[in-house]
Design a protein around this ligand. Structure first.
Ligand SMILES: [Fe+2]
Length: 405
């Protein structure tokens, strides 16, 4: 293989040496007319479908998918990355039938499909979102007429689960209707989606307004929009609610798309957006009762953003649990309050509020990294059960259905 490769490249190589001083251009073969190759000191540039892709040589050797470098059965790397010479560069290069072929010093040959390189390159990732989403306000969500899954079909039919996950990924909320109004059925419907994440509140929690825990949620008071467990270093991924019983008035659930508000803020004031994305904020949960002693502490910015494509992937917004701000000097603190005020103004716009009456049988799944929840005050006995789900396992289930997550 290496011999044939070297023979096919001999004319180009003789023209291009010495490698380290000059660029080499290898013409694309007939099967890849849009591609051309340029070699630089520590990287090469391959043009694929009109886009230049820049690939570092160490990266290329590290991402070799040959059997000795990579176990395709377990999808794990065999190669010891630190054994790669940091000044490595290929002895020979070729473009063959939509593939980049590199022969390395010592004789090892790596072959990569151009489409794989394009998909996995920085340039490819920079252009695409990790998770396609539909950002919404109340009108957008209601006009979309997103259907709820139905309990019986949901529990038995994978297609129904896939549709549910698709809607959940797009909107950050999804519903299952006709669920028996019991903790057991709620647990079953949750386990159909993911693993339950146990917290200090237990696996499945079930509460009435009896102040049994040191948290406002256990009262009849209204709750402003917030994300849950911002005091955990990794906030819970999914929040599930099922209202098992309510004999009284009020208690509607408020939902607000935090990412919609964050994008509005980004459009209005890039500086304020960046501030909320960079200033680390502490959230804290302190509970001292006879039965429960907790002191949780989570640190992170209000907005977490992927640095390569500027996509927001996590919002921490809980004014109840936000702790002392002492991570930035006073002049930044003033600017942070301005930015926080602007985000809050967006979050509180009435047109961004989706109000839902949760009734027995209707289970709601909320992306707690994106969608805020709250509630209006209520009277009478209200019994709510629910749990948190692990985010990784929900996304894994979605990817199992070939959904982008
Ligand atoms: Fe909450």
């Amino acid at each position: 293989m290496l011999g044939a490769l070297q023979r096919s490249l001999r004319p180009a190589l003789s023209r291009a040496r010495p490698w380290r001083r000059e660029l080499q251009v290898t013409r694309a073969c007939a099967a890849t007319p849009a591609a051309a190759l340029r070699l630089h000191d520590d990287h090469l540039v391959v043009h694929h479908e009109g886009t230049p892709i820049r690939l570092n040589y160490v990266w290329l050797r590290d991402h070799c998918r040959s059997a000795s470098s990579y176990n395709s059965k377990t999808n794990q790397r065999n190669l010891d990355t630190v054994s790669i010479d940091l000044d490595i560069r290929p002895d020979c290069t070729a473009l063959e039938d939509g593939h980049l072929v590199l022969a390395w010093p010592g004789g090892h040959v790596s072959k990569y499909s151009l489409s794989w390189l394009a998909q996995n390159s920085y340039e490819g990732k920079k252009k695409s979102s990790v998770q396609p989403r539909i950002l919404w306000n109340s009108d957008i969500y209601q006009n979309a007429n997103v259907p709820s899954a139905k309990w019986e079909t949901f529990m038995s039919c994978d297609d129904e689960l896939k549709k549910f996950l698709h809607n959940y990924l797009l909107y950050g909320i999804a519903f299952v209707d006709d669920v028996p109004a019991t903790v057991e059925a709620t647990e079953a419907v949750c386990q159909r989606v993911s693993l339950i994440r146990e917290t200090t509140y237990g696996r499945m929690w079930c509460f009435t307004s009896d102040f049994s825990r040191g948290d406002t949620a256990y009262s009849q008071l209204a709750l402003d929009r917030h994300t849950d467990t911002s005091y955990l270093q990794e906030p819970c991924g999914i929040q599930v609610f099922h209202c098992l019983k309510h004999e009284g008035t009020g208690g509607k659930t408020l939902l607000v798309d935090g990412f919609h508000a964050a994008e509005k803020l980004r459009q209005q004031s890039r500086e304020n957006f960046e501030l909320l994305a960079h200033v680390p904020i502490r959230h804290e949960y302190i509970e001292n009762s006879d039965n429960h002693r907790n002191h949780m502490n989570g640190i992170g910015p209000v907005l977490d953003v992927y640095p390569w494509n500027n996509e927001v992937y996590l919002i921490r917004y809980n004014n109840y649990d936000r702790s002392v701000i002492n991570t930035v000097p006073h002049d930044v603190v003033q600017r942070w309050y301005v930015a926080y005020r602007e985000l809050t103004t967006e979050l509180r716009r009435p047109e961004n509020e989706l109000w839902v009456k949760l009734t027995p049988g209707k289970v709601i799944f909320i992306d707690n990294w994106r969608v805020m929840h709250g509630r209006e005050s209520f009277t009478g006995l209200r019994q709510l059960c629910g749990c948190y789900l692990t985010r990784d396992d929900v996304l894994s289930a979605a990817r199992g259905f070939d959904l982008q997550a």
